[in-house]
Ligand binder design. Structure first.
Ligand SMILES: [Zn+2]
Length: 262
């Protein structure tokens, strides 16, 4: 009887291992997936790389990317660059919202780019400290995410010249991760995982996938001060695409109101 139980346990363990390895193989294959490329705001293009959103625009003589997807071979970003009439060598800036594996995978493909990342996430990106929280750490480890060097770490609020008299406003937004940043460019706010869109509303970061959900809410409350006189017309997220054009100010107002009502 004991032998039967042991055999059943071994069989179940093998089945579970087989299931996990099949799932992993499917994920590895599908992470190269690319949607059609779409213009979400004048001159700003979007591609979905399997589960992650990447945005790009031409500025000055170069190309800006907001996040770098989950595919180390960058197939979806190549589609985005094709729509912009550009090559990998023409990417001058990559603005990373944070260091989780599904936002940074293709960074090494852009040899001339300045890689902007919040100082608080530089250790996680370099794998010199553990990735937090647990889910992205495990998923990154299983999918085999490589360490990366952010050659332009960010501290505090910064304006970054991107050519053609244009700038990206980089705003510290700790919470989802310690070094999370949001970026404003041409009145579009790129938020990575620091804001979500659900049911036509803007929501805070998913608490179960965030290092410090309370800090994320504090960052949202501080956003009007960080923005100063800058206007936001659209919010573009890391997994849930963008709000409709022109709706962002009202949606942010609702979100701020809901936080203050708590
Ligand atoms: Zn994340």
């Amino acid at each position: 009887m004991r032998n039967v139980a042991r055999s059943a346990a071994i069989a179940l363990t093998l089945l579970a291992a087989l299931g996990a390895s099949v799932l992993l193989a499917v994920l590895r294959e599908r992470r190269a997936g690319s949607s059609a490329v779409e213009e979400v705001a004048p001159g700003i293009y979007h591609v979905r790389n399997f589960l992650s959103d990447v945005y790009g625009a031409r500025a000055g003589g170069g190309v800006l990317l907001f996040d770098a997807g989950m595919d180390p071979e960058g197939h979806a970003i190549d589609e985005l660059l094709r729509a912009l009439g550009a090559t990998r060598e023409q990417v001058t800036h990559v603005f990373l919202s944070h260091a989780h594996f599904d936002h940074v995978a293709a960074v090494r493909l852009f040899p001339r780019a300045r890689i902007h990342l919040g100082n608080g996430d530089v250790g996680m990106a370099a794998h010199s400290e553990p990735v937090r929280p647990l889910t992205p750490r495990l998923m990154g480890a299983l999918l085999g995410s490589a360490p990366l060097e952010a050659n332009d770490p960010l501290e505090g609020r910064q304006r970054i010249e991107v050519g053609g008299a244009e700038r990206v406003l980089a705003l510290p937004f700790p919470g989802h991760t310690p070094g999370s940043y949001v970026y404003l460019f041409r009145h579009v706010l790129f938020t990575g995982d620091s804001l979500r869109i659900d049911g036509g509303k803007l929501l805070p970061a998913a608490p179960e996938h965030s290092v410090d959900p309370v800090a994320n809410r504090t960052s949202i409350s501080r956003l009007p001060f960080l923005l100063g006189y800058e206007r936001i017309e659209q919010v573009c997220t890391g997994h849930m695409w963008c709000t409709p054009a022109g709706s962002a100010q009202a949606l942010l107002g609702e979100l701020l109101g809901s936080l203050h009502a708590r």
